[in-house]
Design a protein around this ligand. Structure first.
Ligand SMILES: NC(=O)c1ccc[n+]([C@@H]2O[C@H](COP(=O)([O-])OP(=O)(O)OC[C@H]3O[C@@H](n4cnc5c(N)ncnc54)[C@H](O)[C@@H]3O)[C@@H](O)[C@H]2O)c1
Length: 340
């Protein structure tokens, strides 16, 4: 049994806690949050015995073998390094850190640790992404040389720490963009980045005046502060000549929210979101193939279950991390350049 503690008990921690609860090789050993009342409430809900309010006490507890870090982005690097130095395995929520410099410090801590780290690229673990990856790995799309992705929210600034650049490192680019960029990059077989161009805008604010529409919020939602961009876009060129174009927003005068992920190869193409479709050609005819599956789009619960099961298996069987620290660094290089 792997003894796990979940650190940071806000909105996304629920996905981690319920997935650990379902894994037969895990004992939820403890929960930790600087907000004691929240920590007690979550401990009761999941029948967890050990309640921590200081992560240092988690790492000093010799029974702890692994942690999920689900805290504000600013704390990811410090907590991950402390964990690795204590020999505790880490699943850290995306983004890995707020800068390339921090991410490289994590890499160094992992290099000298007996423990491993996995970056929370949950979208890789969604069944639509896993099916498409198998098709791509078998060469069904040929060489994937172009990707185009959008994650547009009309109103969707989660407020609180997410909207405070000091604590988050940025807005929709570092928050939503990491998912899009990582998925496309992963499907393109992780090519080396040659150049990055992009824009970020801070024009509309958080549109917290809008009524009648609900949206994702930080556990401590507060709308008054907003020092992050509300729209960003980018064009990434890779050394192998492939390219990727994307845009992401928290606030935009768009007709509707949308998520699109499209990949184009020499033998075929694919749409991963809003629904998996594989495009190919046979008998001089274009075929749109629709794989039949329970979740043809990103499905939070099953993707988190697959991610947590993958992490637990990698730790227990000493396998290579399915989302290693290097992948977090490459992605932050792209993000940092766009903010620059
Ligand atoms: N994978 C996904 O799809 C996804 C979705 C949402 C959020 N996230 C990521 O998850 C992380 C948390 O996001 P959230 O929406 O749950 O935020 P949240 O504001 O709802 O919760 C964060 C919690 O962390 C606690 N916390 C902060 N610093 C701490 C520390 N040093 N020690 C212990 N507890 C601490 C806060 O008190 C709060 O309870 C972020 O990094 C975010 O980017 C990932």
């Amino acid at each position: 049994m792997l003894h796990v503690v979940v650190i940071g008990l806000g909105t996304i921690s629920e996905m981690h806690l319920s997935a650990y609860e379902q894994n037969p090789n895990v004992q939820l050993y403890g929960v930790c949050d600087v907000n004691e009342e929240r920590a007690e409430r979550v401990a009761e809900k999941y029948s967890v015995k050990n309640v921590f309010t200081d992560a240092t006490d988690v790492f000093n507890d010799a029974n702890v073998q692994a942690v999920s870090i689900c805290t504000w982005n600013k704390t990811h690097a410090q907590l991950a390094i402390q964990a690795l130095e204590a020999g505790v395995n880490v699943l850290v929520e995306k983004p890995l850190a707020m800068s390339v410099e921090e991410a490289e410090q994590i890499q160094e801590a992992e290099r000298t640790s007996k423990a491993m780290l996995q970056v929370g690229y949950v979208r890789r673990f969604s069944s639509n992404a896993q099916v498409l990856k198998q098709f791509i790995d078998r060469g069904e799309l040929g060489e994937v040389y172009y990707a185009k992705a959008s994650y547009i929210r009309r109103i969707g600034n989660p407020g609180g720490w997410f909207a405070d650049r000091e604590l988050s490192g940025g807005g929709p680019l570092i928050d939503l963009g990491v998912h899009l960029i990582d998925l496309c990059w992963y499907m393109m077989d992780r090519p080396a980045v040659q150049s990055v161009a992009g824009h970020s805008y801070h024009r509309l604010g958080n549109r917290s005046n809008i009524k009648n529409l609900s949206f994702y919020k930080a556990a401590d939602y507060e709308s008054s502060k907003n020092s992050v961009e509300d729209l960003a876009n980018g064009l990434v060129t890779f050394e192998n000549g492939a390219s990727m174009q994307f845009d992401v927003s928290y606030s935009l005068h768009a007709k509707e929210d949308e998520v699109h992920i499209k990949l184009y190869g020499t033998k075929g193409g694919a749409e991963l979101e809003p629904e998996l479709i594989i495009v190919t050609e046979s008998e001089n005819t274009i075929l749109n193939i629709q794989p039949q599956m329970d979740h043809p789009n990103f499905h939070f619960q099953s993707a988190f279950q697959n991610q947590i099961d993958g992490f637990v298996s990698a730790v227990l069987n000493e396998e290579v991390s399915p989302a290693p620290v290097e992948d977090g660094i490459e992605l932050l290089k792209i993000i940092e350049k766009i903010y620059e």
